[in-house]
Write a protein that binds this ligand. Sequence first.
Ligand SMILES: Nc1ncnc2c1ncn2[C@@H]1O[C@H](COP(=O)(O)OP(=O)(O)OP(=O)(O)O)[C@@H](O)[C@H]1O
Ligand SMILES: O=P(O)(O)OC[C@H]1O[C@H](OP(=O)(O)OP(=O)(O)O)[C@H](O)[C@@H]1O
Ligand SMILES: [Mg+2]
Length: 311
Amino acid sequence: MSMNPKSGNGARDRLRIAIQKSGRLAEPARALLNACGLSWRESRDRLFCYGESLPVDLLLVRDDDIPGLIRDGVCDLGVVGRNVLLEQDIALRSEGGTTAFREWRALGFGGCRLALAVPEGWAWQSPAQLGSTRIATSYPAILRQWLDGQGIAAEVVELSGSVEIAPRLGQADAICDLVSSGATLAANQLKPVMTLLESEAVLAGPAAENFGQLWDDARGELAELLLRRLDGVLRMRHSKLLMFQASREAIPSLLPLLPDAEAPTVMQVDGGDALALQALCHGAVTWQRLEELKRAGARGLLVLPVEGMLA
Ligand SMILES: Nc1ncnc2c1ncn2[C@@H]1O[C@H](COP(=O)(O)OP(=O)(O)OP(=O)(O)O)[C@@H](O)[C@H]1O
Ligand SMILES: O=P(O)(O)OC[C@H]1O[C@H](OP(=O)(O)OP(=O)(O)O)[C@H](O)[C@@H]1O
Ligand SMILES: [Mg+2]
């Protein structure tokens, strides 16, 4: 298939997004696209979902296949871990290919890191200790690039899973794998010593400056629309709308408790001295903060979730 999606699959008037069929990123990816106003008619085989609210369809696949589907123009966009995207990008380029895809947005879920870990008994000092060792990993391209950058000659042992057990089985001396809580490392008497990559789920697409360069059919505008909505959702993800009443005199002590709020709206309450305030807070609205506001004179505090914002 062609490397260029513009010529790869011909013109299409529907945008096609690949997400994980099952696994860690499957539900959050759907929920995020849902929050952008997309909905689908489920097909019986559940591998293809036809977009109903907009001409944006979903393809449900293994996450490892997503970069290749984008490169071949089978899919226009995808939701995949940065770790998978980078691994395949480096592997492609090391085979002489050019960069075929890029990260269009970081999505704020699926956080983890790709870390080097060694047996707990090792007295770790520096990466130079890895010289002449065998390192087991499912990310051989990222690891190889890092080792080369450090000038370390180590053997990379590629495994597709259960990497943490390799040192105990005598297959490797150290490992390089994804870590989130660290529980798997600890259970295998390993300790993390270096982070090679901070990862999270990303919106991946073909490498280009803008969507207009990629598609001259309806997909360009659909992708722009989706990105605008996505930015609104991501921006508002941790935001809350705070509403309360207070007397006019309490305002100077209340405002310093709202440093992360966009200019609060202040309204006169009919027939009294009280004011009603409405503030969009971008930081965490904790119980402690609500209690402080109450002590400073806020009454009838209401915290409301914000689903999106169009600036
Ligand atoms: N603790 C974790 N371990 C592994 N991946 C994690 C973790 N936390 C977040 N992730 C992210 O979730 C992505 C998908 O993880 P998952 O375990 O579902 O993949 P998988 O088993 O390769 O799934 P598939 O069946 O689609 O191939 C990872 O590539 C990574 O970006
Ligand atoms: O730091 P932790 O929270 O323990 O998470 C890290 C572990 O999670 C993943 O494995 P997963 O459970 O997906 O198993 P698999 O990769 O073998 O399918 C990853 O490959 C690590 O082994
Ligand atoms: Mg996978």
